[in-house]
Design a protein around this ligand. Sequence first.
Ligand code: HEC
Length: 85
Amino acid sequence: MTCETRIGGVCTALTGDAVAGDTYYTGNGCVDCHFADATGPPSIVESSCSTMFDKLSGAVTHGGGVFDGVTEQDAADIRAWIDSL
Ligand code: HEC
């Protein structure tokens, strides 16, 4: 899975690591709101890598808040983890 575009710029094509994505997702409490299988509410199963990054970085408003230090690689990793479910 690659992270193609995002608000405010072009992001480098990245290859996600599903294991790292699972670790980030669990370790940062995403699981509390979006459930262990990412079905929400709201579901993020269909969310693109770029949406993932924009939400977590605070480029767009996120009901779960801003995750300081999140990288595009983290977003690509989470996306890869969801794809692996
Ligand atoms: C306190 C609850 C909470 C936590 C924790 C949380 N979120 Fe969210 N998230 C929400 C809510 C509510 C929305 C819907 C409103 C919005 O889009 O901001 C949302 C929206 C999203 C969306 C956009 C869905 C779409 O396609 O429109 C993504 C992607 C997302 N969250 C990913 C994450 C990830 C990854 C984490 C962990 C790093 C996380 N969230 C942590 C509550 C949370």
